[in-house]
Design a protein around this ligand. Structure first.
Ligand code: ADP
Ligand code: MG
Length: 297
């Protein structure tokens, strides 16, 4: 591409809300074989909301649902995870007073572990329950599966080693995610979803947006490894993300795309910024980039 052609391409991209931060990112975008999309905040809005709170049959019956939610939210105040924000928000909307609790332990990729009235409270995913040897009854399995099959994230609450409630948290898919993914696929790009969320929830969301390839239950420190895994297959890989966790993967990719409303560290680690927050920006960048290297302007 000539310098003039690149200038035009950069301008066209800017008109679509795609800011090019690093020199050759526009040309590199034309050659991508695969694009990995983070789920939460990239494919979805990243604004999770509590939609179901399911109490299980247990010996723990002294607390009301509202009391459980208030305690749970009190512990989650210590976490910066979007799921934590959804639980705190739900308690506040119900105008529950959050009790004072000691600061819980934050278990990255799993949830939190706190202490209330000298009982251990665990709030998080299956992997947390497994690590703490909390068993899941068939009834709970069924409820959790139903949540996951709707694309909701199931947050488990266990007290004193017993699973007592399940919270279903929904994060709406951005309105143009499916269309943007289809455009990428039509352009011959392999589209893969990457998430720390459960396999089952990831599968349900992937199905709704037309993705068949998933990396799920990926720990925050393993996201960049997944990019490398595809690169090792000889593919040129783009990565799209918004979160702190995504920064190393964005840096590892041949081209990193940050969601403009994402965290600063993600934006700094990326080559391009999608100012409109839409995945259409990735397809726009690729197609503009292909036109640029063909010098068609
Ligand atoms: P992601 O945000 O992509 O889901 P994370 O690695 O941050 O990836 O989290 C992985 C999983 O761990 C979440 O999907 C959730 O099930 C659980 N988790 C993490 N932090 C919390 C928290 N504060 N409260 C409840 N669950 C959590
Ligand atoms: Mg994210």
């Amino acid at each position: 591409a000539t310098p003039m052609s690149i200038m035009v391409g950069v301008g066209r991209a800017a008109e679509k809300g795609v800011l090019i931060r690093k020199g050759d990112a526009l040309q590199e975008s034309s050659r991508l074989d695969a694009v990995i999309l983070d789920k939460t905040g990239t494919i979805t809005e990243g604004k999770p909301k509590l939609v179901t709170f399911k109490r299980l049959e247990t010996s723990q019956q002294t607390l009301t649902d509202d009391q459980l939610l208030a305690q749970l939210a009190a512990l989650e105040q210590a976490s910066e995870h979007p799921l934590a924000a959804a639980l705190v928000q739900a308690a506040k909307e119900k105008q529950l007073t959050l009790p004072k609790t000691a600061t819980p332990e934050i278990l990255s990729g799993q949830g939190i572990k706190g202490e209330i009235d000298s009982q251990t409270w665990l709030v998080g995913n299956r992997s947390l329950l497994e690590a703490e040897q909390v068993s899941i009854s068939p009834e709970a399995e069924e409820q959790a599966a139903a949540m996951a099959d709707q694309g909701h994230t199931c947050v488990h609450l266990a007290i004193k080693g017993e699973l007592v409630a399940l919270a279903g948290i929904a994060d709406p898919i951005k309105e143009d995610s499916a269309a943007a993914i289809q455009r990428l696929q039509k352009a011959g790009v392999r589209v893969v979803m990457l998430t720390g969320d459960s396999q089952r929830t990831a599968q349900a969301v992937a199905k709704q947006v037309g993705i068949s390839e998933i990396f799920a239950e990926v720990r925050p420190d393993q996201k960049a490894d997944k990019v490398r895994e595809l690169q090792d297959q000889g593919l040129r890989v783009g990565m799209v993300g918004d979160g702190i966790n995504d920064a190393p993967a964005l840096a590892q990719a041949h081209v990193g795309f940050a969601i403009g409303t994402g965290t600063d560290i993600a934006i700094e680690s990326a080559d391009l910024t999608l100012m409109r927050g839409s995945l259409q920006g990735v397809a726009d960048a690729m197609l503009i980039s292909r036109a640029t290297v063909r010098n068609i302007w």
